[in-house]
Design a protein around this ligand. Structure first.
Ligand code: ADP
Ligand code: MG
Length: 272
């Protein structure tokens, strides 16, 4: 059989086996083989690895889509010199993702524009790249979704769906007030994931103010009690990156964190 016929049969097999990644590299590999710049073993390895890479890229793309991340943000595009209150080594160590293995939480606190969502997303992207399932939502969308699920009698299903991902990111706690029913529903999410899966939360409000956001100081305290039990806190004090061209317009920028976050569990399980 001539080389041309063999290559044509190889291509047809790869097409039958739905291996477009390998198919695409056949001609290039044949050329390199002809030139002697590649050994047959190397050519075989590269033929298969082209398909493996494509499969990984597809898996990553599907995982990114289903995570509902609003954007792709990476750590390498984060300018730490702009935000000196951030402990660089803490953020690097969080990106090793052992907090996910240990089912611990991360809470980013700080005023608008200091990079809370950027860092939350960059951790989420790193987790997806390591094959972890991630789900991202703003607090208000999450609450709307839960209220709707409850209305349709599908709350249990939705709560189980929110328990599954290795990492659940809840962004923007504090920008919009949450109705009482939403607070109870969120409490159920926190409960169902407690010590079972990690969460990343971002908020522009201090923990003291969470009672106001949730319209219920007891529920907020009980929720914080669980969230802070195994938690890495990143409290960012600085100016908005969005406003960096207008330093004179910057608003006072600090979220105060009471000693509460280091306190031992003290809220009794009233709401269990
Ligand atoms: P926050 O969630 O704290 O309100 P974001 O994370 O949404 O702030 O940041 C606002 C915008 O500024 C985003 O586009 C983000 O990527 C960018 N950004 C914030 N801080 C930095 C930084 N230190 N380096 C690079 N980009 C930043
Ligand atoms: Mg944000």
């Amino acid at each position: 059989m001539s080389a041309a016929v063999t290559v044509s049969r190889l291509k047809s097999h790869l097409a039958d086996l739905s291996m477009p990644g390998s198919l695409e590299v056949v001609d290039g590999l044949m050329e390199k083989l002809d030139r002697g710049s590649l050994s047959p073993a190397e050519a075989m390895e590269q033929l298969i690895s082209a398909q493996v890479v494509l499969k990984q890229e597809k898996r990553l793309a599907i995982a990114m889509r289903s995570s509902k991340l609003p954007a792709v943000k990476k750590l390498d595009s984060f300018d730490f010199t702009f935000q000196p209150s951030i402990d660089h080594s803490q953020i690097l160590s969080l990106h090793e993702l052992t907090f996910i293995e240990r089912k611990e939480n991360v809470i980013f606190l700080g005023p608008a524009g200091v990079g809370k969502t950027h860092l939350a997303i960059s951790l989420a992207v790193a987790a997806i790249e390591r094959g972890k399932r991630v789900y991202f939502s703003t607090l208000s969308n999450l609450v709307l979704m839960l209220i709707e699920a409850e209305r349709k009698g599908k709350l249990r299903e939705k709560l189980l769906m929110l328990r599954n991902p290795a990492l659940l990111v809840i962004d923007e706690i504090g920008y919009l007030p949450i109705p009482q029913s939403g607070t109870n529903l969120l409490f159920q999410v926190v409960n169902i994931r407690y010590e079972k899966g990690s969460m990343i939360l971002t908020s522009n409000k201090s923990f003291k103010e969470w009672g106001e956001i949730f319209g219920d100081a007891v529920a907020a305290a009980a929720m914080l009690d669980r969230l802070l039990h195994h938690c890495h806190l990143v409290n960012i004090k600085g100016n908005s990156y969005r406003m960096r061209q207008y330093p004179n317009l910057a608003l006072p920028n600090e979220v105060t964190v009471p000693a509460q976050h280091t306190a031992k569990r003290k809220v009794e399980k009233k709401l269990n």
